[in-house]
Design a protein around this ligand. Structure first.
Ligand SMILES: [Zn+2]
Ligand SMILES: [Zn+2]
Length: 351
């Protein structure tokens, strides 16, 4: 008697514990809930537009969810069980057709899952596995989460609808042309890669040649002489010297021996964190920006940047407006999902 009471109490405790332990991320957005912060706002918007287009054109509910780790929601089991439970808790997809789609990425678990509605049966398991292995994981391994999610979503949509985003109502000839372009882009990647590696050197070489070509004095037509870096300092202004020290601009000083004419030529660095100072005009100002007020759907945000000049010591602050967050046409549907179910179909992967 006492023993069964104890067992009952234990069972009660366990079930409370379990109910407390397992929770799910909030379903705030119909299309994209990026709790692991893998995407920029612009990337989220782009993804939303793609998923909204799918929903409008084919009535298929596809949602993308990223989370830091499953343990944050009290889950210690597999990503498969987490995804199925979450799919059914949210009710993704149409309740009669059960055609919903979920792409779940658990960042620090380094696991992902494509969970599909019960209506697909097992038919999508193989294709989804290939999407994960061939389209998503290669990018994730390079820590390029936006590209992996983007490529994965496009390919999932193609596997399910036989159309890529933007081509739902396109005639076959247009789709064939787009397919050809996609092929070129994929091929082009391999063709362009060697050039991309070499081109900075080529450009630098051309620039070097331009810098070294002889200069003629405008006064007497004689060939000018370029000062060595050490001796040119006397000809440069204090601001130019600071620019040289910060490596934001590199100066060449050309000198005419016959008439003492001096020509100064500045070459801006391609990548420099120093900008042009509002006060003195030299490229000696360094800025640090921070968000004062984040943008919301109803109001714009505010960003503020503090600038410090290494030449004239000016300090100034510039405020700029962050545009309102854009609502996709269907985000009003948030929380009003179709009530679809999954029976555990789909595929998983890790990276
Ligand atoms: Zn001269
Ligand atoms: Zn300044």
């Amino acid at each position: 008697m006492i023993r069964s009471l104890k067992a009952g109490a234990l069972l009660l405790l366990l079930s409370f514990g379990a109910a407390f332990a397992q929770s799910f991320p909030p379903d705030n957005d119909f299309y994209v809930n990026d709790y692991a912060d893998l995407l920029t706002d612009a990337e989220e918007d782009e993804l939303r537009a793609t998923l909204d287009e799918l929903f409008q054109a084919r009535d298929i509910e596809f949602t993308v969810l990223t989370i830091p780790r499953m343990l944050d929601y009290g889950h210690t089991g597999s990503i498969e069980s987490f995804a199925t439970a979450l799919f059914n808790y949210w009710g993704i997809g149409d309740a009669d057709r059960n055609d919903g789609l979920l792409l779940l990425v658990s960042r620090f678990d380094r696991e992902l899952r494509i969970e599909v509605g019960a209506g697909y049966g097992d038919t999508l398991n193989g294709p989804m596995q290939r999407v994960i292995n061939n389209k998503i994981v290669p990018y994730f391994r390079l820590d390029d989460y936006p590209a992996g999610i983007r490529a994965g979503v496009d390919e999932i949509i193609f596997q399910v609808t036989d159309r890529y985003p933007g081509e739902y109502d396109s005639p076959w000839i247009e789709r064939a042309w787009n397919g050809f372009k996609r092929l070129l882009v994929n091929l082009g990647w391999w063709l362009i890669a060697p050039f991309a590696l070499v081109s900075p050197f080529v450009v630098r070489l051309i620039r070097r040649m331009q810098r070294n070509r002889p200069r003629i004095c405008p006064n007497d037509g004689s060939r000018m002489r370029r000062y060595l870096e050490e001796t040119e300092d006397d000809s440069l202004s204090p601001g130019q010297l600071v620019e040289e020290r910060l490596e934001s601009v590199d100066y060449d000083v050309w000198y005419c021996d016959r008439c003492d004419h001096v020509t100064i030529e500045g070459y801006r660095a391609w990548f420099s964190r120093y900008g042009a100072c509002r006060e003195c005009g030299f490229r000696t100002v360094e800025g640090e920006s921070r968000t004062i007020r984040a943008a919301t759907y109803s109001s714009t945000g505010l960003r503020e940047a503090d600038y410090n000049c290494h030449h004239c010591n000016a300090h100034y602050t510039v405020q700029s407006t962050i545009p309102k967050k854009r609502k996709s046409s269907s985000s009003s549907r948030s929380g009003s999902r179709g009530g679809g179910r999954s029976s555990g179909g789909g595929a998983s992967g890790s990276w």
